[in-house]
Design a protein around this ligand. Structure first.
Ligand SMILES: NC(=O)c1ccc[n+]([C@@H]2O[C@H](COP(=O)([O-])OP(=O)(O)OC[C@H]3O[C@@H](n4cnc5c(N)ncnc54)[C@H](OP(=O)(O)O)[C@@H]3O)[C@@H](O)[C@H]2O)c1
Length: 322
């Protein structure tokens, strides 16, 4: 099925109201945009198509969940699904995120429509010799919270304890309880270990940080993922708040219209998904209007290599994040 953003002015006011915010400029601009299909990418190990834009469930989702006001989260999830997105990235370690997302999805009856990416926690020394049992319990908790079996993707969080945890999730895959397995890491300091695991192990996915001002993953990891047939989830496409602070008060350049980007979110997202190794990016947001903006980043033309260099240069010339 082909999805595109086709919001009426009434929809936009509804989303803005649900989020408790004034209608944003990006959404106003989107109103005037010609709709285009949401790009999909294939998971190399299966050939399954995934919409290239998903939703992150860490800080923003966890803190809203704790605030007790769940309406924005409900709206964020339905906005994603109503406009063709499916991938929701969470983790046992993200506080209330997995619990609340699972509960909301089940209340809305959409748990089966979402492509759930969750993670096994990193090992903690204080867990002691019973640590495999802790991991087993944690995985069972994820099944109970999410309410979907098989879980689509189970990853080892931040390299965890690969020796112990990878065989456990491989077994789950063999039993049909998990569809895909992977490993994540989100800063360049341990890229060598991730590279080693990509070479030594059979993985369906990796999850990695990558952004227009954080391109270390493009040196070895992204080309290796292409060579090895490993799908890639991109985390922190905005560097959390780093890129927002760098472009604060600045207009998106006119030339970004050459690749259909009219907002900074679309600019940052299009930079990332234009890399051929990228399968899906999961920007986090607490606002339905921003989900729409981010999904629009997965539509229309993408920058080519010379244009991507131009984008890098523009951002490199901006002041560093405060
Ligand atoms: N090791 C790992 O496994 C790992 C590590 C890091 C991240 N992740 C995953 O990746 C996800 C994304 O990373 P992240 O949460 O670190 O940060 P991020 O997606 O780079 O940034 C999110 C920030 O951008 C804002 N934002 C989102 N869309 C926007 C838009 N269209 N316009 C303006 N502002 C916008 C959000 O605020 P608003 O709420 O105001 O929109 C939020 O402050 C996480 O939630 C998590 O699922 C995984």
């Amino acid at each position: 099925m082909v999805y595109s953003i086709m919001l009426t002015r009434r929809d936009c006011f509804k989303y803005a109201a649900t989020a408790g915010a004034a209608i944003s400029l990006p959404v106003q601009r989107l109103l005037g945009q010609v709709s285009a299909p949401l790009i999909t990418r294939k998971i190399p190990s299966s050939g399954e198509d995934l919409p290239v834009i998903g939703l992150g469930g860490a800080a923003t989702f966890g803190s809203l969940a704790q605030s007790g006001n769940l309406s924005p989260l409900r709206a964020v999830l339905t906005t994603l699904l109503d406009n063709g997105g499916t991938v929701f990235d969470t983790a046992a370690a993200y506080g209330a995120s997995e619990v609340i997302a699972g509960r909301l999805a089940q209340e809305l009856g959409v748990e089966a429509q979402l492509f759930w990416s969750t993670k096994v926690n990193s090992a903690k020394p204080e867990w002691g010799p019973s640590y495999p049992d802790v991991t087993r319990q944690q995985i069972q908790d994820s099944f109970d919270r999410i309410g979907k079996s098989p879980i689509d993707l189970m990853q080892i969080h931040n390299l965890g304890d690969i020796k112990t945890q990878l065989p456990m999730i491989q077994e789950l895959k063999e039993e049909g309880r998990v569809r895909y397995i992977g490993i994540t890491y989100d800063t360049p300091d341990r890229h060598d270990e991730l590279i080693q695991a990509m070479r030594d192990e059979t993985l369906d996915f990796i999850g990695i940080d990558y952004a227009v001002d954080n391109t270390a993953a493009a040196e070895t990891i992204l080309p290796l993922a292409q060579d090895q047939g490993i799908a890639v989830i991109i985390y922190q496409p905005f560097g959390r708040t780093r890129l927002w602070s760098r472009v604060a008060g600045r207009q998106v350049p006119e030339w970004a219209q050459e690749f259909d980007a009219t907002t900074w979110a679309q600019f940052f997202i299009k930079y990332v998904i234009a890399h051929p190794a990228v399968t899906v990016v999961t920007p986090a947001t607490s606002k339905p209007a921003n989900v729409i903006d981010n999904l629009a980043g997965g539509m229309g033309r993408l920058p080519d290599e010379p244009m991507r260099h131009r984008m890098e240069e523009l951002v490199a010339a901006l002041p560093s994040a405060r």
